[in-house]
Design a protein around this ligand. Structure first.
Ligand code: GLC
Length: 717
């Protein structure tokens, strides 16, 4: 640490200190410049390198101490070249891919003067009604932790002052993905166990990875809004984990303490937030307050100094004191061939083949129908894309350009949302005359992301009717789902030949979709979130408890069996078990579900030891699982091998399965490859007022999906 920060701190006035603890969003450059002159220390990106330099020059040359600005922006899945949404990136089960996409985004963003991104979203969620599942990595804490780590590394690299690095922000701390009812901004009652085993781990992983910043969540945890949650913001994040970066509020999150009902006014809210451990307020709340509202007697000077020190350290690490400006001639303002190739490959790698009767990849049909709103829509970018993100084309245009000889008939049939089904007849007619029908269905980006919760997870509008009508013609039908969340597909999926989840795939999504249809690439991803049979199952996930009465069969909604009391028809087999009377067991497609176009067989899994020491460092690899996978098909393909554990008997109930490791491997046709998956002690630990591995037996379930695992048993001693 240079002496600069101590020196600055010793010379700063109280107002100058408070100015460093705010970030404002002022699209009007004059408004922004006026606030910078007033001492505000961070601003949102004015959308160019030149405009950033103008603002930075005001800070450096027109303020008393010349402290440079942090320039923040939501670079969530790309800056100019838009990558697939984070949920799609998660489906690739490929941390290196996530890191490389984040590095691309950082390179483009920093070239324009962005130094701080509000990403990755580290919120685990098991509720696809919540629109922000698109921004996260799904339902599993381990997968989320590994991908958050990869994204932080991609954004930050090894040197934040580098011209291709930006400061990462793990958000939204914490429990935002558990909002009651799947409604955005809604609170959650979370036990310490739920926090420690599900929601906190990805943030701890981000801190371990050196994330420069953490953003507080809008929501409350067990009655305490996160923007005023001292125990979690300070005692856990800063003291227990040693986080020495910046805790930034979410937009208006501090002011929201008033409607939360825990602050009497905005001044009270601001004071509570800084006292709880917030370092930078986002939204300008302090600007409207009086000097008395935030006088040293009403804010703890030591807390304020700590917050200022954190902010100045971040600016110093970014190299802003030495080099506050960016070279406008080097600004990247559009994708190039390499960035397009990377996001195109990513869109294919994150696609998930839900089922396939062999129709995919398409052979050489002569006449093909493209139908559904996504046949011609260009809305492939997904949530959280800024106006300057490079747009996508359409699948129809891409296919016609790639296969001009193919007789491609385009009949959208229906739009995204309306009840208008007048176009279905034309689509049906066209399907009758085609060798294959491809339905491109899904959710427009507007139904995804922040403030976009849905109570119904089926395809919106009349898309389901279109699918069923086209399939009913008998023409082999393929459905491609362009979506930002898991969907309920129950009512039509058994009527079509194949279904692929292609998500909101970004700037090169249409090219990737055509690559998948033609077999140039394969959808070998796995679901990072379960696809429910019904929204009535939500929240739903694979790592559930066994309960005291696990069901072996699904519900049977019949009028014949009911219990009329002690002397009724007896305990009908399996009646008194945990299930829904009106649904088969489990989700329609589970976490980890998927396959590719190649076919694989697995040998019996082997473990490096049948007994491992229960005590020892959490990050120590205690077991290595190896399995030989053979590609029995005539094409190269990717196999994803997943390892799930079950702690058979423990002091508290444990998930029936818990992901403890995975690997994705490319195997040439006919070849056999050995896949090796290390398992760390911490992956097998349970929370009992601290992490511990309890002695006893663990089942390890190893396979391509949850449904196709083989078990080996190991013992912790
Ligand atoms: C939004 C989001 C947060 C984002 C912030 C700044 O409301 O909750 O994820 O980083 O505001 O745009």
């Amino acid at each position: 640490m240079s002496g600069r920060i101590d020196d600055l701190l010793s010379r700063m006035t109280w107002d100058e200190k408070l100015g460093q603890l705010q970030i404002v969003f002022r699209p009007n450059p004059d408004d922004a410049a006026a606030l910078v002159r007033r001492g505000v220390g961070s601003t949102f990106w004015p959308p160019s390198a030149a405009a950033t330099n103008t603002l930075q020059r005001v800070a450096v040359e027109e303020t008393r101490l010349g402290i440079p600005l942090l320039v923040g922006l939501d670079v969530i899945h790309g800056q100019r070249t838009i990558a697939p949404i984070p949920l799609a990136q998660a489906a690739a089960f490929d941390p290196e891919l996530v890191r490389s996409l984040a590095y691309l985004a950082a390179s483009e963003a920093r070239s324009g003067g962005v130094t701080w991104t509000f990403s990755p979203m580290a919120d685990v969620s098991r509720d696809p009604r919540w629109g922000r599942v698109s921004e996260g990595f799904g339902e599993d804490p381990l997968l989320t932790s590994l991908l958050v780590t990869a994204m932080v590394q991609g954004y930050q690299g090894d040197d934040l002052s580098a011209p291709d690095a930006i400061a990462a922000t793990a958000k939204h701390f914490v429990g935002y993905g558990a909002g009651e009812g799947g409604r955005d901004y809604n609170g959650a009652d979370l036990s310490e166990r739920a926090l420690r085993t599900v929601h906190l781990p990805p943030f701890e992983a981000a801190v371990r990875a050196g994330a420069a910043s953490v953003m507080a969540a809008f929501t409350s945890v067990s009655g305490i809004p996160m923007h005023a949650h001292r125990r979690l913001l300070t005692d856990v994040l800063k003291r227990e984990w040693g986080f020495d970066g910046v805790v930034v509020g979410d937009a208006e999150g501090v002011a929201n303490l008033v409607p939360h009902g825990v602050a009497s006014d905005v001044a009270d809210a601001v004071r509570q937030s800084y006292a709880a451990g917030l370092d930078v307020e986002m939204g300008g709340a302090p600007l409207a307050l009086t000097a008395d509202d935030l006088a040293p007697g009403r804010l703890d000077p030591a807390r304020i100094d700590d917050a200022v020190r954190r902010v100045l350290r971040m600016k110093e690490a970014l190299g802003l004191f030495e080099n506050p400006y960016v070279d406008p001639t080097a600004e990247i303002t559009a994708p190039d061939a390499d960035s397009r190739a990377l996001v195109r490959a990513a869109a294919a790698r994150g696609s998930v083949l839900l089922h396939n009767d062999g129709i995919l990849p398409l052979g050489e049909p002569r006449r093909l129908l493209l139908t559904g709103p996504y046949a011609t829509s260009t809305d492939h970018l997904g949530a959280w894309v800024q106006f300057f993100g490079a747009h996508a084309g359409s699948v129809a245009d891409e296919l016609r350009a790639r296969r001009p000889e193919l007789d491609t008939v385009i009949e959208e049939g229906v739009d995204f949302l309306s009840g208008d089904d007048a176009g279905i007849a034309a689509a049906v007619e066209a399907a009758r005359g085609a060798e294959v029908a491809v339905v491109l269905a899904g959710e427009p980006s507007a139904l995804s992301g922040e403030a976009a919760s849905r109570s119904d997870l089926r395809l919106p509008g009349r898309q389901e009717d279109l699918i069923r009508a086209v399939a009913a013609t008998g023409t082999p039908t393929v459905v491609l789902l362009v979506t930002g969340r898991p969907l309920v597909v129950t009512d039509w999926i058994d009527e079509v030949a194949a279904t692929v989840v292609v998500w909101h795939g970004g700037t090169e999504a249409p090219a990737a979709v055509v690559d998948l249809l033609l077999g140039v690439a394969e959808p070998a991803g796995r679901l990072p979130m379960s696809f429910p049979r019904s929204v009535g199952q939500v929240p739903i996930h694979y790592a559930h408890e066994n309960t005291g009465r696990p069901a072996a069969t699904g519900g049977t909604l019949t009028a014949h069996h009911h219990d009329v009391g002690l002397h009724g028809p007896g305990n009908v087999q399996d009646k008194y078990t945990s299930k829904y009377l009106d649904l088969p067991l489990g989700p329609r497609f589970s976490f980890g579900h998927g396959s590719g176009y190649a076919r694989f067989t697995h040998a019996e899994p082997r473990v490096s030891a049948s007994v491992f020491p229960a005590d020892g460092p959490g990050d120590e690899t205690v077991l290595t699982v190896t399995v030989a996978v053979t590609n029995t098909s005539d094409r190269r393909g990717d196999e994803v091998v997943q390892v799930f554990a079950r702690d058979v008997v423990a002091s508290t109930t444990q998930p029936v399965r818990r992901l403890v490791g995975f690997a994705r491997k490319t195997v040439d046709a006919g070849d056999t490859a050995t896949v090796t998956i290390p398992v760390r002690r911490e992956a097998l630990a349970l929370w009992s007022d601290g992490w511990t591995v309890e002695p006893g037996a663990f089942e390890l379930h190893v396979g391509s999906t949850l449904e196709t695992t083989r078990m080996v048993t190991v013992v912790a001693e």
